[in-house]
Design a protein around this ligand. Structure first.
Ligand SMILES: Cc1cc2nc3c(=O)[nH]c(=O)nc-3n(C[C@H](O)[C@H](O)[C@H](O)COP(=O)(O)OP(=O)(O)OC[C@H]3O[C@@H](n4cnc5c(N)ncnc54)[C@H](O)[C@@H]3O)c2cc1C
Length: 432
């Protein structure tokens, strides 16, 4: 098998989580990988991320499980509270153990930059050439048999496969569609907050941070989520509420007072956390309309991650599904034995990834509907259903997809490597 291996030149645009996951996966497939990243350095962009078993199982396969565990926090409980008084609507104890038993991989919380640096280091170990401060302008796939990446510097690079992993404001996507294509507002925004335990004196808050759990508070048109990071030394809070940022503005330093006012009558434990905040970022939450294809006609240029499926963070799947994309793509490219097989691998990637990712995007909007109900009859009905399952193993379609027995298994049970292997082997057997 090794003798027949066809080394491909792959250029990945973007060293975010999608790009680095693809770099590792393609690196393990022994291709020549170059990553072009616009940023001068990998800095603390973003905040906490919830990493679910569909992504964490890949860390084991990629040999970074131990490094990830050292910087993660694994929550032992997941609870949903009514916003106003903190009343528990849903609670799963031994959440960590249950998840590991069901999915053979953990549910963990991390700072985005910690994960990005671990992925970066692994990519470098695998021989990936990561070039920072390399902003691309476009991908030209029309002028020859090979796609060409054109950089802002004027340089242009040719390769066998281009992977567009350049995020929400993707230039690769625009090149593929042949037109400008701005992401669409979802109508919501997120306040992202990270607190350090060393700066907090309140003993109850300190104890909550050092004992990792996940807590949601759900209310009219808004919800909040809080969880620990870095082994219980940091706390991440995301507040989700209606978007009031002007059109065209996607991120802003928020006003702490305005943020506290919005959540002023919420559960006192949440407002005590919010009183610790001295600065906050406000992010407009964007999505995109589904497009017919994530690949070009020649099948040598492909989109992954937020460039093709940005989503509401209400199921914490944006990064997880971007990591899945990278894993599937690289694994499929490991089966390529001649350059003529590239279109086969790219088509298979799209057939495996597009429908799943778009289903997750739709599910995030359903989660918003369920979490953001105004007080009234539907909310009372929802809370009655929540409470009917309290203290039991949930056995009904559940308003929180985080523990729903219908949604959680397909979301968390996905094994990207197995999916890619099964599809490749089946497809190759049909061709013989
Ligand atoms: C409030 C909030 C909370 C979230 N919580 C979670 C969570 O808990 N779990 C989860 O899974 N997801 C979460 N997400 C989503 C997650 O952060 C994204 O889906 C994920 O980071 C997307 O990764 P990406 O690599 O596709 O894009 P990005 O992380 O945006 O990376 C794109 C990279 O491409 C580079 N780039 C851009 N343009 C160019 C160019 N022209 N040339 C070269 N390089 C370029 C950028 O500098 C960047 O490094 C959350 C998002 C938000 C807003």
């Amino acid at each position: 098998m090794e003798d027949a291996h066809q080394k491909l030149d792959v250029i990945i645009v973007g060293a975010g989580l999608a790009g680095l996951a693809a770099a590792i996966s393609c690196g393990l497939a022994k291709h020549n990988i170059t990553v072009l990243e616009a940023a001068r350095q990998l800095t603390e962009i973003g905040a906490g991320l919830q990493i679910t078993p569909n992504a964490s199982r890949l860390f084991k396969a990629w040999g970074i499980e131990t490094e990830v565990a050292a910087l993660a926090a694994e929550p032992s409980l997941l609870a949903v509270h009514r916003y106003s008084d903190g009343k528990i609507l849903a609670q799963e104890d031994a959440f960590d153990q249950n998840i590991r038993r069901k999915y053979d991989a953990p549910f963990i919380d991390m700072h985005r930059v910690d994960l990005q640096k671990i992925l970066y280091k692994r990519a470098i170990e695998l021989g990936v050439d990561v070039r920072l401060n390399h902003r691309i302008l476009k991908v030209d796939d029309a002028s020859g048999s090979k796609p060409r990446v054109v950089l802002e510097s004027g340089q242009s690079l040719e390769c066998d496969v281009v992977v567009g992993a350049d995020g929400l404001w993707s230039k690769c996507r625009e090149s593929m569609l042949g037109k400008a294509d701005a992401p669409l507002p979802t109508g919501d925004l997120a306040y992202r907050i990270v607190l350090e335990i060393d700066k907090i004196t309140d003993p109850e808050l300190r104890s909550r941070i050092s004992n990792p759990e996940v807590h949601f508070w759900i209310g009219p048109q808004a919800h909040a989520v809080g969880y620990s990071l870095r082994g219980g030394t940091m706390y991440n809070i995301v507040l989700l509420c209606p978007d009031d940022l002007p059109p065209g503005l996607s991120r802003l330093n928020g006003s702490v007072g305005e943020m506290q006012d919005l959540f002023t009558n919420w559960d006192p434990i949440l407002t005590r956390f919010l009183r610790q905040v001295d600065s906050v970022d406000k992010w407009k939450l964007m999505h995109r309309a589904e497009v017919p294809s994530w690949t070009n006609i020649q099948k040598n240029f492909v989109l992954i991650g937020d460039s093709c499926h940005p989503m509401l963070p209400y199921l914490a799947q944006g990064a997880n599904s971007s990591i899945e994309d990278g894993a599937v793509l690289g694994r499929l490219l490991s089966y390529v034995r001649s350059k003529a097989q590239i279109p086969w691998a790219i088509e298979l990637y799209e057939s495996l990834r597009k429908s799943r990712s778009e289903m997750i995007v739709r599910e995030t909007f359903h989660q918003r509907d369920a979490f953001h109900m105004p007080d009234g009859d539907s909310q009372i009905e929802r809370d009655t259903l929540f409470l009917s399952q309290l203290g039991k193993e949930v056995d009904a379609k559940f308003p929180s997809r985080w523990t729903c027995p219908e949604v959680q298994p397909w979301l968390y049970g996905y094994d990207a490597i197995k999916e890619a292997d099964n599809a490749a082997i089946l497809s190759l057997s049909k061709r013989c």
